[in-house]
Design a protein around this ligand. Structure first.
Ligand code: PLP
Length: 377
């Protein structure tokens, strides 16, 4: 008996304004780039574009690292790529946990056979440098320090430069999550001395989700090359992926690259270069200030202290008496506006308003404030 063909028509998504924790609004220019003809992933025209992506990503990460490229997969695959390559069974890893994504790092360390040493801070607080220094003092054999630069679940920014300094002082490598920070606030891989970092295409780069820019220092590469055990993941093993992405010698097939999404990332990075990264950071800051002024008028309170607040991820306490799900539901159905709910320990307590990439613009801020005012009335 053949299965009957379902009478389903083409999907037409509604037009939304995306002001949650990601994905952010994708500009038409990037969507148009993705609609260009698919060519082969070993076509010389395509591989030339791959080299441009690497160059543009080095600019976004502010690094000269040769090993800088987008992993095929979401930010989580970027995360796993760093951990599976840099952590061997038995390696001690100091992991800073001040929100959901630090917690995921712990899971990654466990699954690689590493030994996580937790440095915990309250959700909404930045990572405590003193606690990390204490953890190194108690664990001088720690091989890696892992932390989230911009904790999307809370909106807190940690001091990446100081954390990287601590790691170097103790001879450890750093793994930094900059999924929410890249393109929105300074991410200075070389100036800070970060060894491995991963990001996502769908936040401040305003591309579609599904690609994870990563960068590795020479020290990190040396660690991968000196491994005593093979990388547990075939797909993410840098030694193999590089046969395709390195550009040195003949490119060999590793996996079929997501061709059209890579056109999109290329366009997003060209747009970042055209704007100038310092201007992009300034724009995110300015839009945050505009939002902050409007929220104050509505009597909404930030969860994170000013010094650690991320401009691109604004966490607000849900006012007493307001039904979280009902209010967000109204924003979506009446205003086509998406804002984020609280995650984990902060579920039901906060809203997260994203000002990321193309969403960080005056029209969005003003629209969001107008919609919030209506829903809170
Ligand atoms: N790390 C952080 C800080 C994030 O915000 C996210 C996603 O929101 C991730 C990792 C995982 O990225 P993805 O959802 O693209 O897998």
């Amino acid at each position: 008996m053949p299965f009957t063909a379902p009478a389903i028509k083409s999907f037409q998504p509604p037009r939304r304004t995306l002001m949650g924790p990601g994905p952010s609004d994708v500009p038409q220019r990037i969507l148009d780039a993705m609609a260009r003809p698919t060519i082969g992933h070993l076509d010389p025209a395509f591989t030339d574009m791959m080299e441009e992506i690497k160059q543009l990503l080095r600019y976004a990460f502010q690094t000269g690292n040769k090993l800088t490229f987008p992993v095929s997969g979401p930010g989580s695959v970027g995360m796993e790529t760093c951990f599976v390559n840099l952590v061997e069974p038995g390696d001690k890893v100091i992991v800073c946990v001040n929100g959901v994504f630090g917690g995921r790092m712990v899971e990654n360390v466990k699954r690689t056979g590493g030994i996580p040493v937790l440095v915990e801070d309250a959700w909404g607080e930045p990572v405590s440098l003193n606690k990390v220094a204490d953890a190194f003092a108690a664990n001088p054999d720690a091989k890696v320090l892992a932390f989230v630069h911009a904790e999307t679940s809370t909106g807190a920014r940690s001091d990446a430069k100081a954390l990287a300094e601590l790691a170097r002082k103790h001879g450890a490598l750093t793994i930094m999550d900059c999924v929410t920070s890249l393109g929105g606030i300074p991410v200075l891989i070389d100036a800070w001395g970060i060894d491995a970092a991963y990001s996502g295409s769908q936040k401040c780069l305003s591309c579609t989700p599904g690609l994870a820019p990563v960068t590795f220092s020479e020290r990190a590469i040396a660690k991968v090359q000196a491994r005593k055990t093979p990388v547990q993941s075939w797909f993410m093993d840098l030694n193999l992926v590089l046969g395709y992405w390195s550009g040195e010698g003949r490119r060999t097939y590793h996996h079929t690259a997501p061709i059209n999404p890579l056109y999109g990332l290329h366009e997003a990075l060209v747009m970042l270069a055209e704007e100038g990264i310092e201007n992009a950071w300034a724009r995110h800051r300015a839009m945050h200030e505009r939002l902050k002024a409007g929220l104050a008028k509505l009597g909404l309170r930030f969860v994170v202290a000013e010094a650690a607040r991320l401009p691109q991820l604004n966490s607000l306490a849900i006012p007493a008496g307001i039904d979280d799900a009902a209010a967000r539901g109204r924003l979506l159905t009446e205003f086509n506006l998406e804002i984020g709910a609280g995650l984990g320990a902060l579920a039901g307590q906060i809203w997260r308003i994203g000002l990321m990439g193309y969403s960080a613009k005056q029209a969005n801020v003003d629209y969001c404030l107008k919609a919030l005012e209506a829903v809170l009335a």
